[in-house]
Design a protein around this ligand. Structure first.
Ligand code: F6P
Length: 327
């Protein structure tokens, strides 16, 4: 391999810059030409490709977002788009590609690998919803950002003795919601994987807690359930307690990456280059059982992941079952 390209694709995630920096510098240290592909697969298809030097990634490890920009690219889901992307790689001499993104981005890398471009995926998403890995770049920063925001909402919620529904991102996955629910000590946590649409149970919980003297009631609602504003209206009508909905939105995707995100991203980025140079292709980098490993993309994409029953049960018991006297 003489030239490695790197791109970020799908939703950005804090720590992506640390991964790009690691890919570029690891490659350069091994005598490889490094290219940055702008705006994900759409930049690849449109040949938005730049040479990358060590200095180009200076002063980026601490920055949120992605210096290579990112996009969701519908064209890459078509055979024509995939062929064009492979052609562009060949034209620019890119014989190794590192794709930093989520499952959708890995599917693009899988197609390019099938078309003869050596490709490796690095997991980058705030949603933590990639089955093959216990860690995805960006989750740690996003969950801390959301946790801090929820603490702030809780202050005002308590002052006004309100119920607050706080909606966190995660697409169809409830990891951000579960972690915030536990970390913020929420009274209710609504996860797409678990939600049974029994709103009466939540209403009863709110009324019970008021009787016990609780001044606030925090409900963390996952984006995969959504409809927080409508839910707030229904809960207010049923309980007679003022209820507000706050949708945290894209602020969860920004900000300075945590130490954990920077370190994991750096190691994963470097490993992606190492395995390309070992002659491997169609792989993804994963973190499992305390180790950074690589796995076949087909196998990785076929895997399923779900919320831990035990963690969910613990979170529920900490917010619902109190002492013998039910205090
Ligand atoms: O995958 C990351 C994520 O932030 C999800 O949590 C959310 O569902 C989605 O991206 C939002 O995407 P967009 O920024 O394109 O609206």
């Amino acid at each position: 391999i003489k030239t490695i390209g790197v791109l970020t694709s799908g939703g950005d995630a804090p720590g992506m810059n640390a991964a790009i920096r690691a890919v570029v510098r690891r490659g350069l240290s091994r005598g490889i030409n490094m290219k940055g592909i702008l705006k994900g697969y759409s930049g690849l298809i449109n040949e938005e490709i730049i040479d990358m030097t060590a200095v180009d990634v200076s002063d980026t490890i601490q920055r949120g977002g992605t210096v290579l920009y990112t996009a969701r690219c519908a064209e890459m889901r078509t055979e024509e788009g995939q062929k064009r992307a492979a052609e562009v790689c060949r034209k620019h001499g890119i014989d190794g590609l590192v794709v930093i993104g989520g499952d959708g981005s890995f599917a693009g890398a899988q197609k390019l690998a099938n078309l003869g471009i050596n490709a490796v995926g690095v997991p980058g998403t705030i949603d933590l919803d990639i089955a093959c890995t216990e860690y995805t770049i960006g989750f740690d920063t996003a969950v801390n950002t959301a946790m801090e925001a929820i603490d702030k909402v809780r202050d005002t919620s308590t002052s006004h003795e309100r119920v607050s529904i706080i909606e966190v991102m995660g697409r169809n996955a409830g990891y951000l919601a579960l972690w915030c629910g536990i970390a913020n000590g929420a009274e209710d946590i609504l996860l797409p994987e678990k939600y049974d649409y029994d709103e009466q149970r939540i209403i009863n919980n709110i009324i019970d807690n008021r009787k016990k003297g609780k001044k606030h009631h925090i409900i963390i609602n996952a984006e995969g359930i959504g409809h927080s504003q409508a839910m707030a209206k229904r809960i207010e009508a049923a309980t007679g307690i003022e209820t507000r909905a706050t949708i945290l939105g894209h602020m969860q995707r920004g900000g300075t990456p945590t130490c954990k995100d920077r370190v994991y991203a750096s190691i994963m980025g470097a490993k992606a280059v190492d395995i390309l140079l070992e002659g491997k292709t169609k792989r993804v980098i994963c973190y499992r059982d305390g180790e950074y490993i690589d796995m076949d993309i087909n196998e990785a994409l076929a895997m399923k992941k779900s919320i831990s029953e035990y963690q969910y049960e613990v979170s529920y018991s900490l917010s619902h079952n109190y002492s013998k006297n039910n205090q």
